[in-house]
Ligand binder design. Structure first.
Ligand SMILES: [Zn+2]
Ligand SMILES: [Zn+2]
Length: 280
């Protein structure tokens, strides 16, 4: 039982470091933080073994810039399983320096990229050995805390590229395949609101209503509370409402009994008060 609990703890730390670090900090620059927090995010994200932050962010920026085209590295147009994981069997694209100029200047990111294999293997081996030793169960540590935990780390992230581009709603952009899927937010620490995220990628939130399950947003907000994260980017309600209205299905509005009410419900988002607002 202790092995399972520790595996869940390591899974959670590494997964939220992928979503807060690799995704919202490095890929989208939705907030700023200090080198100590960056180091911790990079260290824990390395446990998820999803390659370096530089490569992950480069591929993710391509995904946003060219979504649903051949230049999208994990395009859903090439099939569910291609977007989920088989895209990784293609030759990796050479990193285009023009896509990641900010990250090339980041010493921690570049160190992790240069020593990618060591950064992935060493903490994983150390944690597995420590758990095996202290819980006196080396086989359990290798099977559960390493194998099974990494399986979940990988597939939870993969579901954002596959399922969050397949099953769900598209309130913010009907033109793209990205969907809002509440269920995916649970194993991915808030990344299921993918239609909103593609519409407003720099927003540090993915779930914008206060009750939306988005622990990554809560972590960033918590860091901000303690002065460890600054310049949180968020989209103003006015911009979101405008987008929602422009994307609404007008044939449905025509037949709806109370269109004003349904609009108000959709537009009841959190006020992005003190934070810097993005005017996309
Ligand atoms: Zn996407
Ligand atoms: Zn993104």
């Amino acid at each position: 039982m202790a092995m399972i609990i520790w595996s869940i703890v390591i899974f959670s730390l590494s997964e939220i470091s992928i979503t807060a670090g690799y995704h919202r900090l490095y890929s989208h620059r939705s907030f700023k933080t200090n080198p100590i927090v960056e180091f911790l995010l990079l260290f824990c994200a390395s446990l998820a073994s999803q390659r370096s932050a530089l490569r992950w962010s480069f591929e993710h920026r391509l995904h946003h810039a060219f979504v649903d085209t051949d230049r999208d590295p994990y395009s859903i147009k090439r099939g569910f399983w291609f977007a989920h994981f088989s895209w990784m069997f293609e030759d990796p694209k050479e990193i285009d320096k023009k896509m990641v100029p900010d990250l090339l200047k980041n010493k921690l990111v570049m160190f992790q990229d240069k020593h990618e294999n060591k950064c992935m293997y060493m903490p994983n081996l150390a944690i597995t050995a420590l758990l095996g030793y202290f819980l006196n169960d080396f086989i359990g540590a290798v099977v559960i805390a390493l194998g099974l935990r990494l399986f979940f780390n990988h597939h939870c992230t993969f579901f954002i590229n596959s399922l969050a581009h397949t099953v769900g709603s598209k309130p913010f952009s009907k033109k793209i395949s990205a969907v809002n899927n509440y269920l995916i937010s649970f194993p991915t620490f808030g990344e299921g609101f993918h239609n909103f995220h593609h519409a407003f990628p720099r927003d540090y939130r993915n779930g914008i209503r206060w009750w939306d399950f988005d622990p990554t947003k809560w972590l960033i907000r918590g860091l901000n509370y303690f002065g460890l994260a600054t310049e949180l980017k968020s989209t103003s309600n006015k911009v979101m409402e405008k987008r929602l209205l422009s994307e609404m299905d007008h044939t449905k509005i025509h037949h709806a009994e109370t269109p004003e009410k349904s609009y108000q419900e959709e537009a009841s988002y959190e006020e992005p008060s003190k934070e810097e607002q993005v005017t996309t």
